[in-house]
Design a protein. Structure first.
Length: 271
């Protein structure tokens, strides 16, 4: 059983959003028409122990983005499973919004493999493919409807925030769909603080988050109830140069099994 299945799908949905943390490394340069490439490494830990590592590469222009990333179990987690995953997302920037075009994630654990792909049209989910197909759900399952898939983002594009200023980063609701669960992450401002990540030094926005399940879940699920009613979520966003686009560089999410921490380990930009 893979790492995210041990954490339950509802928690995995939140992890998918934050594990992406964003493959975009903040740099002190404005984005131009010509795409710029960046890479970033992140560590995922619980109880102070590293359980996963991720690496992302991004290609950014003033009109759009492409992201490719990988994540694998690490440290003590490898004694329980050997999970490896790859993910990719692409899209465009429109005013203060991130508009995805396509998203995919594939992961293997042992001899089992799964893949999810999402195709978007004008910011709405146009096609969902899960291989193998999702299991049949019971009568208490909250189904995903067509209206739930309007103006949403995938878990990776979701963490790119376009805002006119630092104090506007956290004043928004991020609508996320991962191929099964549809949820909102309602952000609220906590404050600002300095960040020194080598490739980026400057002020960052600190947000609190509230997880709101919309569809694709069972209301009686203990993980859903914990995330909805008790979880404490905090995310730190740093700006990408002078672009007005912000990406997470640190996050914590409290879950039923403990607080999961996502932290940038390496940020590099290439021109």
């Amino acid at each position: 059983m893979p790492l995210w299945k041990r954490l339950d799908r509802p928690i995995a949905c939140g992890l998918a959003v934050l594990v992406g943390l964003s493959g975009i490394a903040p740099v002190d340069a404005a984005v131009s028409d010509a795409p710029q490439s960046f890479s970033a490494d992140y560590a995922v830990s619980i109880f102070g122990l590293t359980v996963a590592r991720s690496r992302f590469t991004s290609h950014i222009s003033d009109r759009g983005f492409q992201l490719e990333g990988s994540i694998s179990s690490a440290g003590i987690a490898t004694f329980f499973d050997d999970t490896k995953a790859t993910t990719a997302a692409s899209g465009r920037f429109r005013r203060d919004a991130t508009v995805p075009d396509a998203y995919s994630v594939s992961y293997t654990y042992g001899k089992k493999a799964k893949k999810t792909t999402l195709d978007f049209a004008r910011g709405n989910v146009a096609k969902v493919t899960n291989v193998p197909p999702l299991e049949k759900r019971g009568a208490d399952w909250v189904p995903v409807t067509a209206k739930d898939l309007v103006a949403v983002t995938d878990p990776i594009s979701a963490v790119l925030v376009r805002a006119p200023s630092l104090d506007q980063v956290c004043r928004r609701t991020i609508k996320v769909f991962d191929g099964e669960i549809r949820a909102d992450l309602k952000l609220s401002p906590v404050g600002t603080g300095p960040v020194d990540l080598g490739a980026y030094r400057g002020d960052a926005a600190v947000c609190s988050g509230r997880f709101v399940p919309i569809a694709g879940y069972r209301p009686g699920n203990k993980s859903i109830r914990y995330l909805k009613d008790r979880s404490q979520i905090r995310i730190t966003f740093a700006q990408l140069g002078q672009t007005g686009v912000y990406a997470p560089v640190h996050a914590t999410v409290s879950t039923r099994i403990g607080t999961v921490t996502f932290r940038a380990r390496r940020l590099e930009g290439a021109r």
